[in-house]
Design a protein. Structure first.
Length: 108
C-alpha cells in the first residue's frame, strides 16, 4: 500500500505490537487512519464500533495461495475505497467481494 502512495503505519512502526485491540483502534481514530487488519476480532461491530473510527477493514484472504489472495483483498479494498467512503464503517474484504456494515443510525 505504501508503494501505491498511501500513508501507512503499521503497529510495528508505532511500537504497538503488544497493545490491546482497543488501544490500536483508539490510536488509529486519533490519527484519522483507517484500520486495515487480518485480525477477525475487529469484524464484530458490537465489540469495535466502526462509527467511532476512521474505518475498520478486515481482510479475509482465506484458502490456498494466501499471499495471492491477500494481494487480491488489498486490490479490492483500494478499488472500493476509491468509490465510496470507509470512514465510520466496517468492511469485510474478501478476494472478490466487499461486505460493508454501517451503524443503524447512518442507514436511516
Amino acid at each position: 500500500m505504501r508503494e501505491s502512495g498511501h500513508d501507512v503505519a503499521t503497529v510495528a512502526d508505532q511500537s504497538m505490537q503488544s497493545a490491546s485491540d482497543d488501544r490500536v483502534l483508539e490510536v488509529c481514530a486519533a490519527e484519522g487512519r483507517c484500520l486495515v487488519t487480518l485480525d477477525t476480532d475487529f469484524a464484530n461491530p458490537f465489540q469495535h464500533r466502526p462509527e467511532c473510527a476512521a474505518g475498520i477493514v478486515v481482510l479475509r484472504p482465506e484458502g490456498r495461495g494466501r499471499r495471492r489472495l491477500l494481494e487480491l483483498c488489498l486490490q479490492q479494498f483500494v478499488s472500493a475505497a476509491a468509490e465510496r467512503p470507509v470512514t465510520g464503517r466496517l468492511w469485510i474484504v474478501e478476494p472478490f467481494r466487499v461486505r460493508e456494515y454501517r451503524s443503524s443510525s447512518e442507514e436511516e
